[in-house]
Design a protein. Sequence first.
Length: 115
Amino acid sequence: VQLVESGGGLVQPGGSLRLSCVASGFTFSWYDMSWYRQAPGKERELVAGILSDSSSTNYADSVKGRFTISRDNVKKTVALQMNSLKPEDTAVYYCNAVGFGENYWGKGTLVTVSS
């Protein structure tokens, strides 16, 4: 099983980034997918989630209206479009898959929002 994140980097406040996670080794379309983040010295927190069939999404209050999660079950990818980025969005962002009692994590991609 692999979850490989990409798309992180340095961006100025107010800018945008699009994170992507490519999955392999499991039946992607059966699993709910989420993005989490962990800032330095803080607990890992849920950013956004999407059900296996894309019928429902949920977001942390801090990112509602700025971030959008989406998935492509054919390409086995999940994306996080991040707009209007703020310095407090700086963190390592992790891709997560949950289903059938299993919980898979990627290694993360660093997002730094700074001028």
